[in-house]
Write a protein that binds this ligand. Structure first.
Ligand SMILES: Nc1ncnc2c1ncn2[C@@H]1O[C@H](COP(=O)(O)OP(=O)(O)OP(=O)(O)O)[C@@H](O)[C@H]1O
Ligand SMILES: [Mg+2]
Length: 384
């Protein structure tokens, strides 16, 4: 099925990036046009750190899931007392100054035009999608990683999804703790399960919605250098909704399953009851008619790019702005034909895609439609 190409949408774009004590960058100030960005430089130069810094302008812990030790610049035993990422950006709603940072081990603060803001406000202003080299084996790796990847795509389409997901996880943890402790107060347990069912159905509904849009976007493109994929969600609540149950009916059914599963979940010490925490994202390589997990490394990389590019187009149509794309080492493992295809897709999407690679030559298919920046320890140099 092919349809007319939708009208192009303007890109969300970082026009200026300032980093203070962010990993290998004690102090960086970078100016950019809305065009795609090619970051090249040797291993350890700081390319991924730059992408990670931008990823902090989205809700969450960034593309490396930075842990408690944080991202502040370390030198020897010294850790910088505070760090900050600041950007001047073209967003869905025009030019904004976006800032994220933290002091010591304090909570991260988000600012929009200097005013404190909720993290989700960033997702609404500047949608973004990222791919890391660790995701190259996503289809062959653990189920939970695949679900996390998919949930990020859902989150970019529906910022409320993250709230539902974290509320669901909180109530799931509380329920399990009560079950583990044994002395169950049925009314307390019941109240928590009602919460779980409500958030769980909201999560599953957002996932289904995003999946339908994403699959629609994939199907609209003829098979090119990026393979067509067939996606499905294998989850109890998602299946109920897909079968046409209303949200209320799906909640009732999930609630009943939670009640029935109490004894078993208590014995197991974990939530064996099937719910959105156990959903599986299934992906197949359509032309080869085989599960994505059985495909070669390069084929899997191409498949995951299919998903990311399709989601970028879907978000562009949905939000009226082409999302930022952070593609770390996207060209590694791709042959020349696919690198050409990637450049064409990115240029057609109009996105400010940030790409990294060890050599400038990897970006040749972009011609002069990409802005080159050479990254070296703690600094970035613009090339003519
Ligand atoms: N908190 C920190 N403080 C100072 N330096 C850090 C911190 N965290 C990471 N680094 C350093 O940043 C450097 C650059 O890392 P980065 O992953 O960005 O390199 P890269 O250019 O992507 O390399 P590669 O091509 O190997 O992927 C590494 O040498 C790492 O030790
Ligand atoms: Mg890197």
């Amino acid at each position: 099925m092919t349809t007319e190409t939708p009208p192009p949408v303007p890109p969300a774009a970082v026009r200026r990036l300032r980093l203070t004590n962010f990993r290998s960058y004690p102090d960086l100030d970078l100016e950019l046009s809305p065009a795609p960005v090619a970051l090249f430089g040797e291993n350890g130069a700081g390319k991924t750190n730059l992408l990670e810094a931008i990823s902090f302008l989205a809700p969450g812990r960034g593309m490396r899931s930075a842990g408690a030790d944080g991202v502040a610049t370390r030198s020897g035993a010294d850790i910088a007392p505070e760090w900050a990422v600041f950007a001047e950006a073209d967003t869905r709603e025009g030019g904004f100054r976006l800032g994220v940072g933290a002091r010591g081990s304090a909570r991260r603060e988000t600012r929009i035009d200097g005013e404190p803001a909720a993290q989700n406000a960033l997702a609404r202003l500047m949608p973004m999608i990222w791919l890391t080299p660790a995701q190259d084996r996503l289809f062959a790796g653990p189920r939970a990683d695949r679900l996390k990847f998919f949930d990020r795509l859902v989150h970019a389409a529906d910022p409320a999804h993250a709230d539902a997901a974290s509320a669901y996880e909180k109530s799931r943890t509380r329920r399990q703790r009560l079950l583990d402790e044994g002395g169950q107060d049925p009314s307390w347990l019941g109240a928590i399960e009602v919460e779980m069912a409500g958030h769980g159905v909201a999560m599953a509904a957002a996932r289904l919605d995003a999946l339908i849009r994403l699959q629609g976007e994939i199907d609209q493109r003829p098979e090119g250098v990026f393979p067509q994929a067939d996606l499905a969600l294998d989850g109890a609540v998602e299946a109920d909704l897909a079968e046409g149950l209303t949200a209320g009916e799906a909640e009732d059914r999930f609630l009943a399953a939670l009640r029935d599963g109490r004894r078993r979940d208590a014995a197991a010490g974990r939530t064996l009851t099937r719910g959105p925490h156990r959903t599986e994202l299934l992906a197949r390589h359509r032309a080869k008619d085989q599960p994505a997990g059985d495909c070669s490394t390069g084929e899997q990389k191409a498949l995951i790019l299919t998903l990311a590019l399709a989601q970028a187009r879907a978000l562009g149509q949905q939000w009226g702005v082409a999302p930022l794309l952070l593609l770390d080492e996207a060209c590694a493992h791709l042959d020349a034909l696919r690198r050409d295809g990637l450049a064409r897709e990115i240029l057609a999407s109009g996105s400010q895609a940030w790409l990294t690679g060890v050599e400038k030559v990897l970006f040749e298919p972009f011609g002069d439609a990409i802005q080159y920046r050479e990254v070296h320890e703690g600094g970035v140099r613009a090339l003519p």
